[in-house]
Structure formats: C-alpha cells, structure tokens
Design a protein around this ligand. Structure first.
Ligand SMILES: Nc1ncnc2c1ncn2[C@@H]1O[C@H](COP(=O)(O)OP(=O)(O)OP(=O)(O)O)[C@@H](O)[C@H]1O
Ligand code: SF4
Ligand SMILES: [Mg+2]
Length: 315
C-alpha cells in the first residue's frame, strides 16, 4: 500500500466542560490513502465530527499526532489549506448566500492560483461536478439551487484548491434521498480521476457499503473496529458493529444469529464519565469481568482487520 496522505496516530481530543472534561475522541488511529475511501461510522455523539475536525486542523489534538505526507503537523501549515478540504453536511452553511456561484468559486481559485484564467477555471470546476451547461448555474445565488446542486458547488469549491484529501462529514445526509446516489457517484469519480483520499462520515451503513473500501467504526469516542468493508459488514468482530449492522435497514443482511433485540439499542454512554474498561460493556450481552475494568487492546487479524474487544484477544 502507498504512503498515507493523511494520518491520525493515537489522537485524542478532550474538551473542557465546566469542572469536567468531555472525552470526545480517544486514541484514534486512522490512515487515508490516495484513491481510497474510508467510511467512518458510529452513532450520534461518538466523535466522528471531532475526528474530522482534528484531521482538518480545525483545532489541535490534546495528544497524539496528525501526519500529512508522512510529516508530523504542527499548527496549521499553509499546505493544509490546499491539501485537506472538509465538506460539511449543510451546503447552505458553507456558501456565501449573498454571492453568486461564480463569486463563491472565484475566491477559492484566486487564492490558490492567483494567475489562473479565473473564468475558465470556474467553468472547469462546474463541469467537474456536472453542473452543466455551466451558464445555467454560474450566475445563480445559492438559494436558487437545489440542495444537491448546492452541495456540488461546495465540492467544486473544495476542488478549486486541488486537494489531496476530502473529508466529507455526512455530505449527503441533508440531501433528498433521490439524489444521494448521484452524489456518492460523484465522490467515487473524484477519487478515481484525481486519486483523492476520502474520508466519508455517515450514519448510514448502506451508503458506506456502496462507496467505501474500508470501514472504521467508532463508539463513544473510541475506534472499535476496522477493515475491508465487505468483511466488516458480513462478519463483524465487535458486538457493537454487529448491533450497528443489524439495526441498519439492509435487505442483504447476513443470517448471523442475533445478539440483540431490535429495540435493545439503549443510550450511548456519557463522554464526561465514560464506563471503565470497554466502553460498550454496559450494553454488551457478551461482557466478561475483564471488560468492566480493562480497556481492550487493539487486536490485529488477517486481511487488514482489527478490533478492540476482549473476545478476540482470547481466540
Ligand atoms: N467544541 C466542543 N466542546 C465541547 N464538547 C464538544 C465539542 N465538540 C463536540 N463535543 C462533544 O464531543 C462528543 C462527540 O461529538 P461529535 O460531534 O464529534 O459526534 P458525532 O459522532 O459527529 O455525532 P453526530 O453523528 O451527531 O454528528 C459529543 O459529546 C459532543 O457534545
Ligand atoms: S470487550 Fe467485552 S464488553 Fe467490550 S465488546 Fe468485547 S465482549 Fe463486549
Ligand atoms: Mg457529526
């Protein structure tokens, strides 16, 4: 495998909350490779956005390191603005509503390539994201576009700086169901044509399965399992991954014996005072004594799979 473009190694982010601390992300390790898509899945509040923001240097980690092209990153170096682009859920929030598409894109083009033929470059970008004929879109205001068209403009703007990495934080979840597939296909095309490394954050296992190469699962601020998508979905190693997959509406679900009742999801734990040991132990039907006191280490398995669960350590 080639060198990762962007990596998190043992990264944690703790937020102060009054006298206590929110342990939003702990000990996260992740590598993004050119031309590959990693899906980051997990329930609400599990730390997905925090990890994406750490990778985008929106804020520094409390501990651990972020590496860009193999080099440990300090502060937010200039290369970061062009190499790593973060795309949010809400395309409205990311565009300047007072300005037309042209202006929204021109600014990014000029910052990155002060000498470029700006008109031509803006047209090229709109073509890349299939907003054609270009004349039909270039002079519109954001509110004159559909949600999907707006998100395409946001992606075009991200591409203006010729990034190496796109971090998509639920980039399709606010879009109409009917156009989600088109957006996934657009992201897929960009990684193939440009060799972009992509992190795709989602709640939706089906879209992760459609788009990504690898899946990483987070639970309560920790990464608990990862590996090639087909293997993880067909045969999850961690009981939480199994729960997540079983509770997602997927007709092709495997016929593993069910560990959980469908309604048995329960509440995710507090990140201010998370459970000791394995964070999943209060919800885990297979919990053992060791799970209540000691956090399970990372167990590497054949085929690029890994998990944090004492069941696998005992194998
Ligand atoms: N700036 C902040 N200050 C304090 N707490 C924060 C901050 N940002 C996030 N958190 C907390 O960190 C935890 C993880 O939040 P995060 O937004 O990363 O979750 P998420 O997995 O993206 O959730 P969702 O699926 O709902 O988007 C939450 O408990 C959240 O309240
Ligand atoms: S470590 Fe223990 S509690 Fe955690 S998922 Fe594995 S079996 Fe369940
Ligand atoms: Mg989020």
């Amino acid at each position: 495998m080639s060198q990762p473009v962007l990596e998190a190694r043992g990264v944690s982010k703790l937020f102060p909350a009054g006298r206590s601390t929110v342990r939003a992300v702990e000990d996260a390790t992740l590598a993004l490779q050119p031309g590959r898509i990693v899906a980051l899945v997990g329930e609400s509040g599990s730390g997905k956005t925090t990890l994406a923001r750490l990778l985008a240097r929106f804020y520094p980690p409390t501990s651990g390191e972020i590496r860009l092209h193999g080099e440990v990153v300090k502060g937010k170096p200039r290369a970061y603005y062009s190499d790593v682009q973060l795309i949010f859920q809400d395309p409205f929030g990311s565009l300047n509503p007072l300005h037309r598409v042209r202006y929204n894109l021109e600014r990014a083009v000029k910052l990155h390539h002060p000498k470029a033929d700006v008109d031509q470059r803006v047209a090229e970008l709109l073509e890349r994201v299939s907003l054609t004929p270009v004349e039909q879109f270039i002079d519109k205001f954001p509110h004159e576009l559909s949600g999907g068209q707006r998100q395409r403009v946001v992606i075009a703007r991200a591409l203006a700086v010729e990034p190496k990495v796109l971090l998509g934080d639920e980039p399709i979840s606010m879009l109409d169901v009917s156009i989600r597939l088109e957006m996934l296909n657009l992201l897929d095309r960009l990684r193939t044509e440009d060799g972009l490394a992509l992190l795709y954050i989602t709640h939706d296992i089906a879209s992760a399965r459609y788009l990504c190469d690898d899946i990483v699962v987070m639970y309560a601020g920790r990464m608990i399992e990862g590996g090639p998508k087909e293997d993880v979905i067909a045969d999850p190693l961690h009981p939480y991954t199994q729960l997540l997959i079983d509770s997602s509406p997927d007709p092709e679900r495997s016929d593993r014996p069910d560990l959980f009742d469908a309604e048995d999801l329960g509440e995710p734990p507090s990140l201010i005072d998370p459970p000791a040991g394995c964070r999943f132990h209060p919800r885990c039907p297979l919990a053992m004594d060791v799970c209540r006191t000691e956090a399970p280490p990372r167990t590497e398995l054949p085929g690029g799979r890994w998990t944090h669960c004492w069941l696998q350590e005992k194998r």
